[in-house]
Design a protein around this ligand. Structure first.
Ligand code: SF4
Length: 459
């Protein structure tokens, strides 16, 4: 899970600032590192570990001059959390200067890396993005960008939404299955590409449209064009963007994330009613679906928990120990609101179950008579291999436990999940165009060691 941006701006003193603010609004997609590559009189890359506003200051942004830039915020899924793996990655080759920002995960990364290493390529990072940079630089030696992307697509397996800076050209590309989002916006004096439309809004731009799966958007000499690169008869749009990852004020593939979450809450209320006094979100990810649940059920929405907004998302912090610590730091129960009441807590999902247990205990300790739990997604039963940090089955509580076992483990009076049918109905995108693999184990591409249910074979 990462956030990417690409910017073209007529005013070369403003480009890096637009990229900065756009990255700032995508901070929820990755908090480990941030970086910007910019092409002006020369090519500059600046990146560091930490949040966007920790990595960049006014002086740095003033030095980053140029009309074309790309940027990245990172949460690692392949490769360690260290500066060498921060993006954008930069490669200088005979085909020129190339910088790559990647959102996604390559399933065949190790195999490709071995191939490239045996051809004499030297790797400076352990991130799969470097494979993309090496392949692209070699394809660009003899091909225009469109052909180079087509060749790259043939080679890569997995998810890859890209922002590229090739000399002065800004390119956005979405893999043919469209796992991860990308959209284009118009600025007063340029264009912007971003993982989510909230980034376009944040810099005063206007959403033009989503980049379609298999499509590239190319900004060259201030002109923007869309090019179809690859076709696929199957799409695999990540359903978790709607459930959890994306900001509710974003529009992804034509669907408002807020509306989807609101509908999830309404559907959850219809599928799993419960007699309670108040409905409270687990902030912030359960907020919109709680509003939907309260709207449908007529039960008051009253907050049971207050979040310290200056602590990062628990799910997004690497390492179990830091996750545990951050739960204690980030939530407090409102005793006045919960004392003597039956409380329904709603969260977007349960991954490991540890956070949910702590939250239920917190609300009980604050005096709640009963604590019920509803989840705005079906149980997560399988790992994600496409760029989300749910990498082993052992980490996923629902991979080995029944709903009743999970209820006991999180210490709730009742527990219910949204059905798969209810989820698809709420998202309002055709089932065959969605990736639902972590909920169904039905992987849209062959993953080594997993059963591909579509072809019923172990890959
Ligand atoms: S497996 Fe789940 S989290 Fe991963 S891309 Fe598919 S829907 Fe998204």
């Amino acid at each position: 899970m990462c956030g990417i941006v690409g910017v073209y701006c007529d005013d070369d003193s403003f480009t890096s600032r637009i990229a900065y603010y756009a990255l700032f609004s995508l901070q929820h997609r990755g908090q480990e590192s941030a970086g910007i590559s910019i092409s002006g009189e020369d090519f500059k890359v600046y990146k560091g570990m930490g949040l966007v506003n920790e990595v960049f200051d006014d002086k740095t942004l003033s030095r980053l001059r140029g009309n074309s830039a790309i940027g990245h915020v990172r949460y690692s899924t392949t490769g360690e959390s260290k500066l060498e793996n921060a993006q954008p990655l930069f490669v200088k080759s005979k085909s020129g200067s190339i910088s790559v920002a990647h959102n996604g995960n390559l399933v065949n990364y190790r195999e490709l890396r071995r191939e490239l290493e045996s051809d004499g390529r030297v790797f400076l990072t352990d991130s799969d993005t470097e494979v993309i940079a090496h392949l692209l630089s070699s394809y660009l030696l003899k091909n225009e960008i469109e052909e180079a992307l087509a060749l790259l697509t043939e080679k890569l397996c997995g998810s890859f939404t890209l922002a590229l800076l090739l000399n002065h050209m800004v390119v956005g590309y979405r893999d043919p299955m469209g796992f991860k989002p990308l959209c284009v916006g118009k600025l007063e004096n340029g264009y912007i590409l971003a993982s989510e439309s909230c980034a376009i809004d944040s810099v005063g731009g206007e959403l033009v449209r989503d980049v379609k799966p298999g499509e590239a958007v190319i900004i060259e000499d201030g002109e923007l064009r869309f090019e179809r690169i690859a076709e696929s008869n199957q799409k695999a749009i990540c359903v978790f963007e709607y459930i959890y990852f994306a900001r509710p004020d974003s529009i992804i593939d034509g669907r408002s994330v807020y509306s989807v979450r609101f509908d999830i809450g309404r559907t959850l209320a219809k599928e799993n009613p419960v007699e309670v006094d108040i409905i409270s979100p687990v902030p912030d990810s359960g907020t919109t679906s709680s509003i939907g649940y309260a709207y449908e059920s007529g039960i008051p929405y009253i907050e049971a928990l207050i979040k310290n907004r200056y602590v990062g998302r628990t799910f997004i912090m690497p390492g179990q120990r830091s996750r545990e610590l951050s739960v204690q730091l980030k939530m407090n129960a409102l005793k006045e609101n919960v004392r003597g009441r039956k409380v329904l807590l709603i969260d977007d999902s349960i991954v490991r179950g540890t956070t949910s247990r702590r939250i239920v205990d917190l609300v009980r300790k604050a005096g709640a008579k009963e604590v019920h739990f509803r989840v705005g997604s079906p149980p997560i039963i399988s790992p994600c291999y496409f760029g989300i940090d749910m990498s082993t089955r052992e980490e996923l509580i629902a991979s080995s436990k029944t709903v009743e076992d999970i209820r006991k483990a999180i210490n709730a009076d009742s527990l219910a999940y949204l059905s798969l049918k209810g989820l698809i109905k709420s998202v309002r995108i055709d089932e065959e165009d969605l990736c639902l693999a972590c909920l169904t184990s039905d992987y849209p591409v062959e993953v080594p060691g997993e059963i591909c249910l579509r072809c019923s074979a172990r890959a």
